[in-house]
Write a protein that binds this ligand. Structure first.
Ligand code: GDP
Ligand code: ZN
Length: 330
């Protein structure tokens, strides 16, 4: 048996085989099966290895074909390293479980025009990131559609709200490559997912970041609709280091849906005020002595952010998810 051991990242899982990327090894991943010891150790219903896992593999001297027919070096997964994070959900039975581990951040893509930027929607995406304890980068795309002056005005307004909260705000154009270098910098050596409404330019940006990278995230098919919904998550390696998550057939945002969202905790600016509310179960909505509302009145919390909070709170009471299918609205 070969003694060559590598550490890599699981890019894809299908039919009991795993494609594992070993940076610096080769352009193509290893095709791996699981060592028996890994299969036995856990319950059948839980997945011992998921996309995104860091694994130790033993290289074999053979090669085999993956589902696409590419010939890949073979290996055995011997060990799964501890997961930093894991996302996933199972709805409509186990078959629709989509899951990925070790995601670091989401790049929330908003276009400045076509469609116009929508701060309320941006807040919803940020709450999804916060509730999953993921980093979030705001990427304002289609800068080419604005005149210099209006661009500065609009971008400054966004920066003024979101940078003090700790979010990075980038501008980009997939059309002219404006800001793509900076985008590469924030993606480097991290595992990231592009999220955002359809048409904002997620697929175009991915392609600008790395020519030839074609994501399926533009698909608007919703999970649970129709039987042939695919829910396979996969990772695409970036040549400069790092990975982009792809979710064919499902909106990437489906990855981020968690059942219990504690809304005030997902608003960084509220965390510092809420201890001062008169009632310790204050919802910061109508209660007297609410320090959060006082902060809104004193302009220490931005009004549009608080409005987003109120809308999400109302949705939560009505048992609606943080993010719903968009229909025809912007
Ligand atoms: P996705 O649904 O978020 O993946 O969006 P796409 O990448 O499919 O882009 C939606 C549309 O916007 C396409 O017609 C793109 O050509 C266009 N688009 C994407 N990025 C830009 C950009 O930076 N500038 C302009 N003018 N158009 C863009
Ligand atoms: Zn309060």
């Amino acid at each position: 048996m070969s003694t060559e051991i590598f550490t890599g990242t699981v890019l894809k899982a299908a039919g009991g085989f795993y494609e594992v990327d070993v940076p610096g090894h080769d352009d193509s991943p290893f095709l791996c099966s699981l060592r028996g010891v890994l299969k036995k150790g856990r319950k059948v219903s839980t997945q011992p290895v998921v996309v995104g896992d860091n694994v130790r593999i033993r290289a074999l001297e053979t090669s085999g074909a993956n589902a696409k027919g590419d010939l890949l070096s073979e290996g055995h997964i011997e060990e799964v390293l501890p997961r930093r994070t894991q996302l996933g959900r199972s709805r409509f039975g186990k078959t629709n479980q989509i899951t990925v581990s070790n995601l670091d951040q989401v790049a929330i893509v908003m276009s400045l025009r076509d469609p116009d930027i929508n701060l309320h929607r941006l807040d919803r995406f940020l709450v999804l990131a916060e509730s999953n304890e993921l980093g979030a980068v705001i990427c304002l795309n289609k800068t080419d559609l604005l005149k210099k002056r209006e661009l500065k005005k609009e971008v400054d307004a966004v920066r003024k709200i979101y940078e003090p909260l700790g979010y990075t705000v980038l501008t980009a154009s997939a059309e002219t490559d404006d800001g793509i270098k900076e985008l590469r910098k924030v993606l480097k050596n991290k595992t990231s997912a592009f999220i955002g409404s359809s048409g904002v330019g997620k697929s175009s940006l991915a392609c600008a970041v790395q020519p030839g990278l074609h994501l399926w995230i533009g698909d608007v098919m919703d999970i649970g609709k129709g039987r042939h919904t695919t829910t396979d998550v996969s990772l695409h390696p970036l040549k400069f280091g790092g990975y982009i998550v792809d979710t064919p057939g499902v909106k990437t945002v489906a990855l981020l849906e968690v059942r219990e969202v504690v809304l005030p905790q997902c608003f960084p600016e509220m965390r510092q005020f809420e201890q001062e509310c008169r009632f310790n179960n204050c919802t910061h909505d109508h209660e007297p002595g609410c320090a959060v509302r006082e902060a809104v009145e004193g302009e220490k919390i931005v009004a549009s952010r608080y409005e987003s909070y109120q809308k999400m709170l109302a949705d939560q009471k009505a048992h609606k998810p943080i993010y719903e299918k968009e229909g025809n609205s912007k």
